[in-house]
Design a protein around this ligand. Structure first.
Ligand SMILES: NC(=O)c1ccc[n+]([C@@H]2O[C@H](COP(=O)([O-])OP(=O)(O)OC[C@H]3O[C@@H](n4cnc5c(N)ncnc54)[C@H](OP(=O)(O)O)[C@@H]3O)[C@@H](O)[C@H]2O)c1
Length: 258
């Protein structure tokens, strides 16, 4: 019997690499993707679990990259985690619009395109599990990284709508909403030295384990991280957006060096 096959995007590091380890530990062969060559090292480490791993280097911020990745998948997918994403610190008018559009290409357009391809196939087969990495950022307006929070609100809304549309088809859609997690994300987003970056202490392995467990159970949404983050998600459901925006502005302001 062939092992089940899972696709993980953004699997070269951080939460995506840990999601890929979860799938491998649970006996899945893998197709793993990232934009640069570090994906080959990740694939080598994942093969230690005794599963087959195909590494595909492709830029999911382009239609060609999404098509390249989808075309490389060797057999029907049992599960997919669309996790690749980028952040971008800075206020709207003080960040280059090209970088903001790039974020939309990767975090929104790439997710819509790949989810459409993956889910079309899963629905036709009457089974499959899709995980979308959203964020607790989806629950609040994001002064200091406004396009990122808007993109994650889009992903969260999309995931919940797809979970509903596909109910009863044998296909489940789960959104993983991590809180600030200890990965390269904030450094790469230019948010080093902010309170939000300093609060990024959750372990990506733990966040991924929570995401994987929720995917397995076919849950619609899981908040990934510590009890504090789960409490914050609950409180965010009650607070007015203006209050959350003001707090977010403080968290994305660069602090004086201590
Ligand atoms: N860390 C947090 O606090 C946090 C909180 C909530 C949600 N998230 C979300 O969690 C996901 C993973 O983030 P992370 O913290 O693990 O960040 P990370 O360590 O920076 O990893 C990001 C991954 O996405 C890949 N990626 C970025 N752009 C890509 C592109 N154009 N095409 C293909 N792959 C691309 C990266 O590959 P390359 O290195 O090759 O570019 C890398 O593998 C993201 O969707 C992020 O928005 C993170």
């Amino acid at each position: 019997m062939a092992r089940p096959l899972a696709l993980v995007t953004g699997a070269s590091r951080g939460i995506g690499l840990e999601l890929a380890h979860q799938f491998a530990r649970h006996g899945h062969d893998l197709v793993v993707n990232a934009e640069d060559t570090a994906i080959d090292d990740a694939a080598k480490a994942l093969r230690e679990h005794g599963v087959e791993v195909l590494a595909v280097q492709a830029d999911l911020g382009t239609e060609a990259g999404v098509a390249q990745l989808a075309g490389a998948v060797p057999r029907p997918l049992d599960a997919a985690a669309l996790n690749a994403g980028v952040g971008l610190g800075g206020t709207f008018l003080d960040s280059p619009v090209a970088e903001q559009l790039r974020l939309v290409d990767v975090d929104v357009r790439g997710v819509v395109h790949l989810a459409h391809l993956v889910l079309s196939d899963m629905r036709a087969r009457g089974r499959g599990k899709l995980l979308l990495t959203s964020s607790i950022a989806s629950t609040m307006p994001g002064p200091g990284q406004p396009v990122y929070n808007a993109a994650k609100s889009f992903v969260q809304s999309l995931a919940e709508a797809l979970a509903d549309e596909l109910r009863g088809t044998g296909v489940t859609v789960t959104s993983l909403m991590p809180g600030p997690t200890n990965t390269d994300f904030f450094r790469r987003a230019g948010l080093e030295g902010t309170l939000i970056a300093r609060s990024a202490v959750d372990d990506p392995a733990k966040v991924a384990a929570q995401g994987y467990a929720a995917l397995e159970k076919g849950r619609t949404t899981v908040v990934g991280g510590s009890p504090m983050v789960k409490a914050q998600a609950l409180v965010n459901g009650l607070l007015p957006d203006q209050v959350k925006a003001a707090a977010h502005r403080v968290f994305t302001t660069t602090l004086p060096r201590s």
